[in-house]
Design a binder for this molecule. Structure first.
Ligand SMILES: O=C(O)CCC(=O)C(=O)O
Ligand SMILES: [Fe+2]
Length: 222
């Protein structure tokens, strides 16, 4: 994988992770063989462990879901183990995903494979916005700044305007995201984007307010 020569830093990229014939076979499986949730907009199917939004860890109560045969050859082999979680998402034209940073607390490495039609992903940090064209069959890994210190999103719209001014119609797109569970705490310290830093800040605030309450109680009793 090669790093894109842009800000945010840390976007690693590989074109043609699979060939067009393989992609066509996958799309046929997605269209004909999988049972998708029945609702409009972006829909997802999960494999591996399921994330628990209450404990911010992997949910021990939901059984591990084996990777199906079609998924096995698509697992990146550049980490020391297979990912704990894989998510297949379908984006009909006009759908997207709001700006977010994938949870720092739960996950460490993050990869995404794009299939079907291209779409523009927007990275954002404050007022800085950078568009990255997610080409079909490309594998992206978000590391460093792109993973921890910028948000990413796909706008809900029917067309994308490219850098040269071309207006491109959105068509059916699928993505496969791969997540590796984090071992230990994230130490990035970014209180705007990091759930670990935010939790620590909350704990500190709580400690401070308990201390202040105790001090007040002491003042009024003396
Ligand atoms: O669809 C993609 O390529 C990425 C989706 C994403 O950002 C996510 O699932 O966290
Ligand atoms: Fe994401």
């Amino acid at each position: 994988m090669e790093e894109l020569p842009i800000e945010p830093k840390g976007i690693l990229w590989q074109n043609d992770f699979i060939d067009a014939e393989h992609e066509a076979r996958l799309i046929s499986i997605f269209l004909n063989e999988l049972e998708w949730p029945d609702r409009p907009g972006r829909i997802s199917l999960h494999y591996g462990y399921t994330f628990d939004y209450k404990t911010f860890g992997l949910d021990p109560d939901i059984p591990y879901k084996e990777f199906p045969d079609w998924l096995k050859p698509l697992i990146p082999t550049t980490e020391s183990r297979p990912p704990e979680q894989v998510c297949l998402q379908y984006y009909p034209p006009g759908s997207g995903i709001p700006p977010h940073t994938d949870a720092h607390m739960a996950y460490d490495q993050l990869y995404a494979l794009s299939l079907g039609a291209p779409t523009i992903m927007q990275f954002r940090q404050g007022e800085r916005r950078v568009d990255v064209d997610l080409m079909p069959r490309s594998m992206m890994q978000m590391t460093g700044d792109s993973r921890l210190h910028w948000t990413h999103s796909i706008k809900k719209r029917k067309t994308d305007t490219l850098k040269d001014g071309t207006v491109r119609l959105r068509e059916n797109r699928w993505s496969i995201t791969y997540r590796w569970a984090r071992e230990g705490d994230c130490e990035c310290g970014n209180v705007d984007l990091c759930d670990v830093a935010q939790r620590r800040l909350g704990v500190e605030k709580e400690k401070r307010s308990v201390k202040q309450l105790a001090e007040k109680a002491e003042e009024t009793s003396s």
